[in-house]
Write a protein that binds this ligand. Structure first.
Ligand code: PMV
Length: 315
């Protein structure tokens, strides 16, 4: 018998990093996903076939974190592999890179495949909290935004608190985006630790930046609800500036952001942990999406053309 499960990729549209401190953030599942399959094997323990396509070095650099993550998921689910073990196979359309939710998508997919394999019939809420446990191996103390988007899909307003607040933002029509990959694998835990250290050293400066980030989240929610993409683009540009101020951007990210804007994107910013990884550019309509993606590809970078705001992440 084989168990199967899916986890969506994601793009943080507003307030990565700020979200760790309880500032509201907006995230969307994207139209790419990871699939996990689980089957019983004769030997004890687990083994992994990771067939996902990835940025060079991504899988190698994350291998220890990945092992730790799978062990945490198994422990949280109380699965005993001392007699019959399992083989986990990862596949799907999500190309692994930093900033795109690859770790969260794999945690969610594996948790779902295990639930399916062992007939546990777990709810989405339960899957989400298991995946959160798996994410700790990659992030230390993650906000939970990635696994939430990866589990539930759609466009989500997220606030970290004792009981995380999660509200769906409904759009009439999903909107096109382009993601541009710097090709650099980034360490989210290190990026988060750097922000913490600088924030402690410069409390006044950071207080002001964080206050503006919070303000931007509310304005962005209104802009989404009014489908005012000009305004949304401006807010993304401003959000990128704040991310530069807390020093999580990089030369390559700034270069891709500028390329996207010059090619007509309504807004562009880094997405995810930063210091490498991906940018997100707002490009309503297929023509603009194509134009922005071409401009980035012409400079030798990989792109992903997808949408945000589909009711579920799409398959
Ligand atoms: O690097 P990613 O795509 O996994 O995103 C991390 C998002 C952060 O806000 C930087 C960290 C977190 O736990 O929310």
């Amino acid at each position: 018998m084989t168990g199967e499960g899916i986890g969506f990729g994601k793009a943080i549209v507003f307030n990565e990093h700020f979200v760790v401190y309880g500032v509201p953030a907006i995230v969307s599942a994207i139209g790419k996903y990871t699939i996990a399959k689980v089957k019983t094997i004769d030997e004890p323990g687990w083994r992994l076939n990771d067939n996902r396509k990835a940025t060079p070095n991504y899988k190698e650099e994350k291998i220890e974190q990945q092992k730790d993550s799978i062990n945490r998921i198994l422990k949280k689910m109380d699965i005993d592999l001392s007699k019959n073990g399992i083989e986990i196979t990862l596949d799907g359309t999500l190309y692994c890179a930093s900033g795109i939710g690859a770790s969260a998508a794999s945690c969610v997919a594996i948790a779902r495949a295990l639930s399916n394999h062992y007939n546990m019939d777990l709810s989405d809420e339960e899957i989400n909290s298991i995946a959160y446990e798996g994410e700790k191996a990659y992030h230390g103390n993650p906000s939970g935004i990635d696994n939430t988007a990866s589990t539930f899909g759609g466009l989500i307003w997220f606030e970290k608190s004792e009981n995380n607040i999660m509200d769906r933002i409904s759009l009439q029509n999903p909107v096109e985006i382009v993601m541009g990959n710097t090709g650099k694998v980034a360490d989210t835990a290190a990026a988060v630790a750097g922000v913490r250290e600088r924030r402690e050293r410069n409390p006044e400066k950071y207080k002001e930046i964080f206050a503006r980030a919070e303000n931007i989240a509310y304005l962005a929610k209104d802009a989404f609800q009014n489908e005012d993409y000009q305004e949304l683009g401006k807010l993304m540009n401003e959000n990128h500036k704040l991310l530069q101020q807390i020093e999580v951007s990089s030369k390559e990210l700034d270069f891709l952001v500028k390329l996207a804007r010059d090619a007509g994107a309504l807004g562009a910013k880094l997405t995810g942990g930063g210091l490498g990884g991906n940018i997100i550019a707002l490009t309503p309509g297929k023509d603009l999406q194509e134009r922005v993606a071409n401009a980035i590809e012409k400079e030798g970078f990989q792109t992903l053309k997808t949408v945000i705001g589909a009711t579920r992440g799409m398959r």
